[in-house]
Design a protein around this ligand. Structure first.
Ligand code: C2E
Ligand code: CA
Ligand code: CA
Length: 253
């Protein structure tokens, strides 16, 4: 477990390319085709080895390092998309503590600077931290959505405040967390049906994550989820590989 790192360690990690950007496919469940990717960070630490994001993102949030990290990541993703002239939709994770109007404007400015169409971008609002500044977040989301950036409510069903978040924030999709998709508790299907009914009622796209096998896949189909993500479709892979592949398939089409 990586618990003892400083802002300096993270800065060094960025400067010495220890942070790797990986992409995991998001799949249209009806057509069974890739409709975009989620950006997931990996830290290849020189002495600790590969550190999964859930072991250090929370610490980065606690130490106020997450916002500069997200700016760095957005800049990298925008630069790569513009260099490869990729029209591949991507989703970037954003911690609610980063979400202010100034943050929203800087994200928009970054995509403009690189000439990347903002309607290719989804921001996934993670639920790792308790949201307590609904007003600031709601204002920021409306700035982003006005520019065509989609907003996804990540880890849906795991936070204490999922329903309040849905009431207070205008979003485009909910992403049902893998713990719900994989749960074998007898009430799970009932709860999933209720969540899906609510999402349809207010016109939200439903994304199911953590689809590892046919049981999870069928569960997503049963609630009419539009999009799925999980090891059954593909694991997170290095970004360069995927964009190269997408460009090659487009050229040969
Ligand atoms: P998340 O946003 O819910 O991302 C999904 C996590 O589930 C990823 O773990 C992914 O590798 C994993 N996953 C995907 N499909 C499957 C599956 O079929 N089965 C299982 N067991 N796992 C699956 P990862 O990459 O370790 O990321 C963990 C969390 O760290 C993410 O959860 C996200 O909240 C956070 N994170 C990752 N990258 C970033 C980032 O750039 N910024 C922020 N703010 N958070 C990030
Ligand atoms: Ca996510
Ligand atoms: Ca999740």
């Amino acid at each position: 477990m990586m618990t003892h790192f400083t802002s300096q360690d993270l800065r060094i990690a960025i400067l010495t390319n220890q942070l790797a950007i990986t992409l995991q496919p998001k799949v249209c469940l009806k057509k069974f085709e890739i409709i975009g990717h989620e950006v997931l960070l990996r830290w290849n630490h020189p002495t600790c080895g590969l550190i999964p994001a859930n072991q250090w993102i929370e610490i980065a949030e606690e130490r106020n390092l997450i916002t500069p990290l997200t700016f760095w990541l957005t800049d990298q993703v925008a630069r790569i998309l513009s260099q490869r002239q990729s029209s591949l939709p991507v989703a970037i994770n954003v911690s609610p503590i980063s979400m202010t109007p100034a943050f929203a404007n800087q994200i928009i400015a970054t995509f403009r600077r690189y000439n990347v169409a903002t309607n290719l971008i989804t921001l996934e609002l993670t639920e790792s931290k308790k949201i307590d500044n609904y007003n600031a977040i709601a204002g920021s989301l409306s700035i982003l959505r006005r520019e065509g950036i989609r907003i996804s409510l990540d880890d849906f069903g795991t936070g204490y405040n999922s329903m309040r978040t849905l009431v207070e924030l205008e979003v485009d999709e909910i992403k049902i967390d893998k713990t719900m998709m994989q749960s074998d508790h007898p009430n799970t299907n009932l709860i999933l049906n209720a969540i899906a009914g609510l999402a349809k009622e207010i016109n939200l796209t439903i994304v199911c994550e953590g689809i590892e096998n046919n049981t999870h896949f069928n569960r997503a189909l049963k609630i009419n989820a539009e999009i799925g993500q999980g090891f059954l479709f593909g694991k997170p892979e290095p970004i360069n590989q995927i964009i190269h592949h997408a460009n090659t398939s487009r050229e040969s089409a």
